[in-house]
Design a protein around this ligand. Structure first.
Ligand code: AHN
Ligand code: ZN
Length: 337
């Protein structure tokens, strides 16, 4: 009797462990098939947010980079020198921009080419000018802003990308062009009562799109960086980018999430914004998306600091810049020749 009970007991354990092994192997298979659909990401070098932070701080220390000022001129020379130091072929493009209220601005777009002889190219861009007014502030609305995030951060991230590629043993398979557009933040004040000019923002990208630095220049696609440095920033899908180039948006956001940045690159629809990518798409006919801070659940959508004096170094966050810089570097390193 006793031996019979033991035999049944052992049989039960045998059967149960068989069932357990069977289920375990099923769950392994589902995991395996997930990995098969998602090929592992090719590694990219490390984006250093400390370095990007210093590049933002340096710009801010010149003073507000408002066209027709000394700070603007000095910062332009510094940016071009940095691009050269990082091995880029540099072209500057001087032009006069006319604002909605008829002011003439001495403006400059600055272009740095990494691996200029490569035919397949990715275009990365940010505006570098600072807004001349703090029209959304409650005080000092007529003085220029530091523009640490709205201007400085995009330049900081792009300079760091250039530096990292120069340092890396393994280079991307594609050429990379970095454009710093001037005179982006030239639009009418928030509460402007007069008749709005149609193209009062983004004067530098409009100029470049009509006068490309190389006559037959084109790129495989482009990525614009706007307000990519603030603490707590989120980047939902930008509306115009989803019209112009939804596949590129999905690819960048997918890579961000695979790197663990899904709380920053949130997979929801944001607003559609008039930004430098519009002229690049519509005039230059190059598909370009915009990585732009936006808060879908806030009344204004833009960060609270936007176009106020709060847009200074105290809101700059290395974590935000790391998420953006590492994501885009990784995007570049996935591209085939
Ligand atoms: C408009 O407000 C229509 N465009 C704003 C784009 C912008 C301003 N990005 C940074 N500053
Ligand atoms: Zn702005």
């Amino acid at each position: 009797m006793k031996t019979q009970k033991i035999a049944i007991f052992l049989l039960a354990i045998f059967v149960l462990s068989g069932v357990a092994v069977y289920f375990k192997s099923c769950s392994d298979k589902t995991q395996q098939s997930d990995n098969q659909t998602d090929e592992p990401l090719k590694p990219a070098p490390n984006f250093n947010p400390d370095s990007a932070y210093v590049y933002v701080d340096t710009q801010v220390k010149f003073g507000p980079r408002v066209p027709n000022t000394k700070a603007h001129k000095a910062c332009a020379a510094w940016m071009a020198a940095k691009l050269k130091q990082f091995g880029c072929e540099v072209t500057t493009q001087d032009f006069v921009a006319t604002t909605y209220d008829g002011k003439k601005l001495q403006a400059q777009n600055i272009i740095g080419a990494i691996n200029p002889s490569a035919t397949k190219r990715i275009l990365l861009a940010a505006h570098w000018d600072a807004r001349a007014i703090a029209d959304k502030d409650s005080v000092n609305t007529n003085t220029p802003i530091d523009a640490a995030s709205d201007g400085g951060s995009g330049v900081g991230v792009l300079l760091e990308i250039a530096r990292v590629i120069q340092e890396a043993k393994v280079k991307p398979n594609v050429g990379v062009d970095i454009i710093f557009f001037d005179a982006e933040d030239t639009g009418e004040p928030h509460d402007f009562k007069g008749k709005s000019g149609e193209n009062s923002w983004c004067l530098g990208s409009q100029y470049w799109a009509k006068n490309k630095h190389k006559p037959n220049y084109t790129a495989y696609y482009g990525i614009l960086f706007d307000m990519v440095g603030a603490r707590g920033a989120t980047f939902p899908y930008e509306g115009r980018s989803m019209e112009f180039a939804p596949m590129i948006v999905r690819n960048v956001w997918d890579i961000a999430s695979r790197l663990g940045y899904e709380k920053v690159f949130i997979q929801e629809q944001g607003g559609g914004i008039t930004d430098d990518h519009v002229a690049v798409n519509e005039i230059a006919k190059i598909q370009m998306i915009d990585i732009l801070e936006f808060h879908p659940n806030d009344a204004d959508g833009f960060g609270k600091y936007h176009h106020t004096h709060q847009d200074n170094m105290s809101i700059i966050d290395k974590g935000t810049m790391k998420a953006v810089g590492q994501t885009v570097l990784t995007v570049l390193y996935q591209e085939e020749k």
